[in-house]
Design a protein around this ligand. Structure first.
Ligand code: ZN
Length: 243
């Protein structure tokens, strides 16, 4: 089974459209979304609508929870907090109901999905070895997929040792046949690894591989929409930098 992995779309419609077009013809049978569907970008309702139409299986991210008013924005920076308030004010009832239905952790075809880590699904960044060990200690499946950091990553755990690999776009990586793995497909709507192109991944569970991909999209159009919505200017500027 081949799966399209999308994370941290952040209401960036031009980026999501470019990714879906880029993935066309790749034989994708399912779409899995690792959270932060909304927040920062200008098109939360259109993004949710596209994912609903695609029959996506998704988990909740911290920005989604903030837009639903489920968590406070005290730990957000001021720009993120302002974007969360704006998102909450424009979310339509159907988008809201769909986001409300999302769990923090879900299992699909024997794979565990969550936004941050299994220790703290909404908030924790899987950046440190300590967080990775805590995550794997709670992972009961061979493979897990996370988002939240906006940086593509493949972690392989064997006998307590954890190896971190930085996948390159277009490179097909074999999933380990022994040990366990955790993947992060990077961010569709707000990449932070210095490459402004939208990041996403293909995962083939039958053949056992993972491929990171990058899709160029009209960044200026996403920026125009952010400005037209009256969202903070730095949220537009950072898209061009991939930061
Ligand atoms: Zn995010």
């Amino acid at each position: 089974m081949r799966v399209l992995l999308l994370s941290d779309i952040h209401a960036n419609l031009p980026a999501l459209e470019a990714v879906l077009a880029d993935a066309e013809g790749s034989g994708v049978e399912s779409v899995w979304v690792l959270g932060d569907i909304v927040g920062y970008g200008a098109d939360p309702n259109a993004v949710v609508e596209l994912l609903r139409k695609a029959g996506a299986s998704a988990v909740l991210g911290n920005h989604d929870a903030a837009a639903l008013g489920r968590v406070g924005t005290e730990s957000f920076n001021p720009l993120a907090a302002e974007a969360a308030r704006w998102t909450a004010s424009v979310l339509g009832p159907e988008s809201r109901a769909w986001l409300e239905s999302l769990p923090e952790v879900r299992r699909e075809h024997g794979v565990t999905l969550c936004h941050g880590t299994l220790r703290e699904p909404l908030w924790e960044y899987l950046f440190t070895a300590e967080a990775a060990r805590a995550h794997f200690a709670l992972q009961t499946t061979g493979l897990s997929i996370v988002g939240h950091t906006h940086v593509p990553l493949l972690l392989v755990e064997r006998g307590g040792e954890i190896e971190a690999l930085r996948p390159k776009a277009g490179e097909r990586l074999r999933l380990p046949s022994t040990g366990r793995a955790c993947l992060n497909p990077g961010s569709v709507g707000q990449p932070r690894d210095g490459d402004p192109r939208a990041a996403y991944a293909l995962l083939d569970l039958s053949e056992g591989w993972f491929e990171l991909r990058r899709a160029a999209y009209p960044v200026s159009e996403a920026q125009r929409r952010i400005r037209a919505a009256g969202l903070p200017e730095p949220l537009a500027l950072r898209l061009a930098l991939g930061r």
